[in-house]
Design a protein around this ligand. Sequence first.
Ligand SMILES: [Zn+2]
Length: 87
Amino acid sequence: MSARKSPQEWTLLFNPNWHQLHVGKCQICGEFCVDTPTPEEAREWCLKHARDTGDDHFELTAFDYCRAVFTDRPSGTNQGKEPRNVS
Ligand SMILES: [Zn+2]
């Protein structure tokens, strides 16, 4: 059995040390908060910005960071079978 023939797939690796980022952005002036680890903090920033400026339209987004890497499939998965429905 040739090692070069073992099937590989891409998978996503999430680093546990990278927390998800939640960002509130003002759609009126473009100002945004950075590095808020919870949606509540991003919403708080929007409310504070509204109180401070009177701006009243916001966009809330969340970001995850990951790497795509090649991984060997676990042995026994799909061995000896041709992929089906590939055309
Ligand atoms: Zn604003």
